[in-house]
Design a protein around this ligand. Structure first.
Ligand SMILES: CC(C)(COP(=O)(O)OP(=O)(O)OC[C@H]1O[C@@H](n2cnc3c(N)ncnc32)[C@H](O)[C@@H]1OP(=O)(O)O)[C@@H](O)C(=O)NCCC(=O)NCCS
Length: 168
């Protein structure tokens, strides 16, 4: 089912389904030092507490995914497991559109809070989350890295869904 069109683009945001697992793993591999496999994504998508959204080029269901977000909801507390937008599709509003689709779904499910962890040096992601109203609630010193680029802290961020700036 099509949910809505992100602003100024030719993409649509739809629910992630298990048959997307391979495409999601491909996109995840582009950006994360420890990529998750197709099997891992498939197993996550089989769980009834896990769900997500995909951004796709309209009318091209077989084209590579432009982006996705995956989350878990347990009781009234949710967490973003991972989110990525393909490099060629960044800064088109897709990251925000994926997060807003997630927030709408969480509102519908009566979730109260949404948590995530992000590398403090990941400016695009930190900017996106702050714009959505997330606030830093904890910090894990030296959680990321350790190679030639050194270590960086993980920020634990929380969004109170009662205050999230999306229409319900
Ligand atoms: C983080 C990510 C998902 C953002 O996706 P995106 O589609 O490019 O984001 P959007 O176009 O929706 O932009 C959202 C906001 O972030 C800002 N932003 C995006 N890229 C930015 C950058 N490189 N520098 C500064 N701000 C940036 C946008 O300007 C926008 O802010 P605005 O609403 O004030 O204009 C994308 O950069 C990505 O996939 N990164 C690699 C994977 C990753 O780091 N995931 C997060 C792990 S916690």
């Amino acid at each position: 089912m099509r949910l809505f069109y992100p602003r100024g683009s030719d993409h649509e945001v739809t629910r992630l389904v298990r048959s997307d697992a391979a495409a999601v793993a491909t996109l995840h591999r582009e950006d994360f030092a420890r990529p998750w496999t197709t099997t891992e994504f498939d197993e996550l998508l089989r769980q009834n507490t896990v769900f997500g959204f995909a951004a796709r080029v309209i009318g091209q269901p077989k084209a590579p995914l432009a982006g996705f977000v995956l989350a878990r909801l347990a009781a009234d507390e949710a967490e973003v497991l991972t989110i990525a937008v393909a490099r060629a599709a960044r800064r088109l509003g897709l990251g925000r559109a994926l997060m807003e689709a997630l927030l709408r779904r969480l509102h519908a499910l009566r979730a109260e809070t949404l948590f995530l962890e992000v590398d403090e040096t990941n400016d695009p992601a930190v900017h996106l989350y702050r714009r959505l109203g997330f606030v830093e609630v904890a910090r894990r010193p030296g959680y990321y890295g350790g190679g030639s680029e050194g270590k960086s802290d993980a920020l634990v961020m929380r969004l109170d869904l009662g205050k999230a700036p999306v229409s319900r």
